[in-house]
Design a protein around this ligand. Structure first.
Ligand SMILES: Nc1ncnc2c1ncn2[C@@H]1O[C@H](COP(=O)(O)OP(=O)(O)OP(=O)(O)O)[C@@H](O)[C@H]1O
Ligand SMILES: [Mg+2]
Length: 268
């Protein structure tokens, strides 16, 4: 695969916190229009890698390429304008706004900053939004099948639906690559399945090229929906490959289940 096929590439990223090596020479590639998984036990360095890729954390070594452009020294806001969006482990939504208003705001942050709050607060609330905005927001609501939630205040939503709002809001920034940090955490089985289906759908059905880099503890879901998976452990990349390769990797099993589990299986 040539460099042109990758939307996001992190090369030899190293990050230390004092004496702790949170990431040691980690490289990762996210091809266009695909879902790539990133898994690993607690403290493995997954969120730190997101920080380095999105620009909130400055690594000691390595480089980041976004759409073929070196963004290693580029600020997070600029990386966002160049096509990268991310969600955080702890979603933060605005209590006073509806689901639709969240998506509208995100769209305006990206495309029309000067109209940010124009028809949400104050006397100009009679101003009608432009058709392009309404169309873009409607398309995201339809894609994620959240029509029935659109006019609800976010405070009225269960956790599973707030995760969908997070994804919707990130999509409204029209990213080429979206970094999702544990979008399924706290969801029940049905909610997880619904969100996983929605993620596959946004990548396969979106009109524009879109890729997801998915950090998730729910390894079964990651294996089910990702084209390629990277496995981190104590800041080291210990494996990468297709779902089948990861499933059959002794190294991965040892990292997750302990070495005993692997030798027990080997002895069967
Ligand atoms: N700002 C920080 N200062 C000091 N140490 C940090 C900081 N951020 C992360 N760490 C440490 O770096 C290591 C990697 O943390 P990170 O949050 O990236 O792991 P993670 O894989 O996202 O874990 P989890 O699955 O629990 O979210 C951990 O040992 C963590 O304690
Ligand atoms: Mg984390």
């Amino acid at each position: 695969m040539s460099a042109d096929d990758q939307v996001l590439v992190g090369r030899s990223i190293t990050k230390r916190f004092g004496g702790l090596v949170a990431l040691n020479d980690v490289s990762i590639e996210v091809p266009k229009r695909s879902i790539v998984g990133l898994v690993g036990p607690n403290g493995a360095g997954k969120s730190t890698l997101f920080g380095c890729l999105s620009g909130l954390t400055r690594p000691e070594g390595g480089s980041v390429m976004l759409n073929g452009r070196d963004v290693t020294r580029t600020k997070p806001q600029k990386r966002a304008r160049l096509g990268m969006a991310r969600t955080f482990q702890q979603p933060e939504l605005f209590t006073g706004l509806t689901v639709r208003e969240h998506i509208v705001l995100a769209h305006r942050v990206r495309f029309e900053r000067r109209r940010l709050w124009s028809d949400m607060v104050g006397p100009r609330s009679i101003m009608k939004p432009p058709a392009s905005e309404t169309e873009a927001v409607d398309a995201i609501i339809e894609l994620l099948e959240i029509e029935r939630l659109a006019s609800m205040p976010v405070t009225a939503l269960p956790l599973g639906s707030t995760r969908l709002v997070e994804v919707a809001r990130a999509l409204a920034c029209a990213p080429d690559v979206l970094l999702l940090d544990e979008p399924l955490s706290g969801l029940d089985v049905n909610e997880s399945e619904a969100l996983a289906r929605a993620l596959v759908k946004v990548v396969t059905e979106a009109e524009r090229d879109l890729s997801l880099l998915l950090v998730e503890h729910d390894v079964a879901t990651v294996l089910a929906i990702s084209k390629k998976i990277y496995v981190l452990d104590f800041g080291q990349l210990i494996a990468s490959g297709t779902p089948d390769e990861i499933r059959s990797s002794d190294i991965v099993r040892a990292a997750y289940l302990g070495d005993d589990a692997v030798s027990e299986t080997a002895a069967d």
